[in-house]
Design a protein around this ligand. Structure first.
Ligand SMILES: [Zn+2]
Length: 255
């Protein structure tokens, strides 16, 4: 991981829609093509709505979710319709009958797809998971489980707290410095022993360093904290914050 990467992420502007009674957006990268089907669902229009995925958002098949724990464990889903919802922070499948879902309220949802193989994965990347290299684990998981090559992967980084708003302490800097990414170039000083961190930038750089093509990577310009009228944000709302849902189904292989 010592190779220098000259890459600067340029997030794409978001067009807001309403789906299933929630503010919603999609990545232009996957908007007009066959293959992976995705949705980013934010704050319900009606106050007090439940934290769960709206059932109508699952157009077909089954929904797989996790007991997220800010780690790097990734589970493969498929075959049986049974799903226990184990502890972990990543899901993958090559079964178009499954929709994968992660919930966030500032952490970064990362969606990966190999359209040619009909493979999809979702990752929950807060600072802990990012510092532990969950994107590298995700790429290795897709290689070992499905034979995916990094150059065949498409990546979308969804709504999360942005580099405008994410203030952290020294312990976060040290975790990134000592972790597998060994990259603190995205930290900006912000007062004594405080830093501003850009989770999308650092995860994007890690994906590029691991072999994902820059033109197959897209990040949404949607800071959960700045856009708290449409998205849930732990930083903005505290423990009462609801959850945004990032959903991805692989679809059938695209030839
Ligand atoms: Zn912000």
């Amino acid at each position: 991981m010592s190779r220098c990467v000259e890459f600067s992420l340029q997030p794409v502007a978001v067009t807001w829609e309403v789906h299933h009674g929630r503010h919603a957006c999609r990545a232009p990268l996957w908007r007009h093509r066959t293959g992976p089907e995705h949705q980013f669902l934010g704050r319900p229009l009606a106050p007090g709505a439940a934290r769960e995925v709206p059932p109508q958002a699952i157009r077909k098949g089954h929904l797989a979710t996790l007991r997220q724990e800010h780690g790097t464990c990734i589970h493969r889903v498929g075959g049986t319709s049974e799903w226990s919802g184990p502890a972990g922070d990543g899901l993958s499948t090559s079964d178009p009958g499954w929709t994968l879902g992660v919930q966030t309220a500032d952490c970064l949802p990362i969606l990966l797809a190999d359209p040619g193989r009909g493979v999809a994965a979702v990752l929950h990347a807060g600072w802990r998971g990012s510092a532990q290299g969950i994107v590298l684990k995700g790429i290795e998981h897709l290689r070992s489980e499905y034979g995916c090559r990094p150059t065949d992967l498409e990546a979308v980084l969804g709504p999360g707290v942005g580099g405008c708003c994410y203030e952290v302490g020294d312990e976060v800097l040290e975790a990134f410095r000592n972790g597998p990414l060994a990259d603190v170039s995205h930290f900006r000083p912000h007062g004594a022993a405080h830093w501003i961190i850009d989770l999308a930038q650092t995860n994007a750089r890690a994906l590029i360093r691991a072999g994902v093509s820059p033109h197959k990577l897209q990040a949404l310009d949607a800071c959960t904290c700045c856009t708290n009228d449409r998205l849930h944000s732990y930083r903005a709302e505290g423990t009462s914050a609801g959850r945004n849902w990032s959903l991805l189904s692989p679809g059938h292989p695209v030839v």
